[in-house]
Design a protein around this ligand. Structure first.
Ligand SMILES: [Zn+2]
Length: 148
């Protein structure tokens, strides 16, 4: 059996959220949504928030061409040397500047230094829940839906 993990992260990779706000959001999710567990994670620097086996392709956000996983892994490895504090890249397809966070990941991925992981939620994370969590965390959020 595979697991679905809905990861709630700040939309901006550099946003830090205080533990009390994160905890309030975790409690809110536990109250409102049936799921296996809700876990809060932190890291000092932003890290890649992956979507597990849901990651099928990555495309250029500017010209829409498909990016090779080889190129992407090289760019990720270069960015990891600065602990993902610099995410700027020059795209191989159109030679334009963008950011690893802006790439068109399918399914969606992101970068963040904190996340709320909802393991096997009984229903989809709807707009209402996103809005409520966004208010509790006092920032815009993204949802990464991972499968393992
Ligand atoms: Zn391009």
């Amino acid at each position: 059996m595979s697991d679905t993990v809905c990861k709630i992260i700040p939309a901006d990779p550099n946003t830090k959220i205080s533990p009390d706000k994160m905890d309030a959001a975790r409690k809110y999710v536990e109250d409102i949504l049936k799921c296996d567990s809700v876990n809060v994670q932190y890291s000092d620097d932003p890290k890649f928030i992956d979507c597990g086996s849901n990651l099928e392709r990555i495309k250029c956000p500017l010209c829409g061409r498909k990016l090779g996983f080889d190129w992407w892994q090289g760019a990720m490895s270069a960015a990891s040397k600065s602990s993902f504090t610099g995410l700027d890249v020059v795209l191989p397809c159109c030679n334009k500047e963008s950011s690893l966070n802006e790439l068109d990941y399918d399914f969606k991925c992101g970068f963040a230094s904190c996340e709320i992981d909802i393991v096997n939620p009984a229903k989809d994370i709807d707009d209402e829940l996103i809005e409520a969590i966004s208010k509790l965390l006092a920032c815009d959020i993204s949802v990464v839906i991972a499968r393992y």
